[in-house]
Design a protein around this ligand. Structure first.
Ligand code: HEM
Length: 260
């Protein structure tokens, strides 16, 4: 039999993966499960695209990098937009099944942490929340130790003639990247002289803004749905999440804007 839509997409398996825990089943639990599963699929795609993006940067493939960043930016905007659907769930409705989540929380999303780490938003302290026997720990540890998009971006800038200081080239990649004035001068110069690089920098800024929008919208949905309750993952909830607000991935792209 020729391959068909159902088999190619493994739909029976896929559509069998939503198992509400509430009894009697609460109306909104299916939405809650589906939305998180969809996020995980998009995270999977993002990680797949980032592996290509890093290669593009390190070999100086500007158009390849622009193309992939455009896709990543659009996925990010979709991730932000999807929260609108979940916001149709009221606090009372969420409370009706929240206990069934036990200690499950987005906090434990390995792929989200990978996404943070691959873009250079490295927070080694988040590893302590994983059980040492959890195989996800090795995956995240690997991402922590590898060069992030920002390091490959520095390779790209060097190929465009930007002098990357030794402390940036040899930085400890397990730490968040620090803003650097010499790198900023190089980017500013490319902004002024190379229109095609300007397109790349702007689409990277779009992505960065999208990530910050996601964090803000997530904090707001948490605040409106559970208020000051503790998170199911054991954090103080809203107060913990607020610490990540307004922290860019590509600080050098934001630091120069008043000079343009
Ligand atoms: C009503 C909806 C939601 C509520 C009440 C909620 C609540 C929370 C809370 C309280 C935390 C802090 C950690 C903890 O102690 O549990 C958290 C973290 C997190 N949530 Fe949600 N969340 C919601 C929707 C979502 C959605 C749709 C996603 C999509 C994947 C998501 C992904 C995450 C991630 C990745 C973290 C870790 C963030 C970080 O470490 O900075 N959450 N959530």
């Amino acid at each position: 039999m020729p391959l068909n839509y159902t088999d190619y997409l493994k739909l029976p398996e896929l559509l069998d993966l939503q198992e509400p825990k509430s009894k009697p089943e609460q109306q909104d639990e299916l939405l809650f499960i589906i939305i998180h599963q969809v996020y995980e699929l998009w995270f999977k795609l993002m990680l797949h695209e980032v592996d290509k993006l890093k290669r593009d940067f390190s070999k100086g493939d500007l158009f390849g990098a622009i193309h992939t960043f455009k896709r990543l930016r659009t996925v990010m905007k979709t991730l932000v937009g999807q929260l609108d659907i979940l916001e149709t769930m009221t606090p009372i409705s969420f409370t009706s099944f929240r206990d069934r989540l036990e200690s499950a929380s987005g906090f434990q999303s390995t792929q989200f942490r990978e996404v943070e780490f691959v873009f250079g938003y490295k927070r080694a302290d988040t590893l302590k929340y994983y059980d040492p026997s959890n195989p996800a720990l090795a995956t995240i540890q690997k991402r922590l130790n590898e060069r992030s998009v920002i390091d490959h971006f520095h390779d790209f800038l060097a190929l465009q003639g930007v002098e990357i200081p030794v402390e940036v080239r040899q930085r400890d990649v397990t730490l968040p990247a620090e803003p650097n004035e010499a790198v900023q001068e190089g980017i500013l110069n490319l902004y002024r002289t190379r229109g095609e690089c300007e397109i790349l920098f702007e689409v990277m800024t779009d992505f960065d803004e999208g990530m910050q929008e996601w964090r803000y919208r997530h904090v707001k949905i948490v605040e409106r749905t559970i208020g000051s309750k503790q998170g199911t993952g054991g954090s103080p909830g809203v107060e913990f999440l607020k610490r990540s607000l307004f922290r860019p991935l590509f600080a050098d792209l934001w630091a120069i804007r008043h000079r343009m």
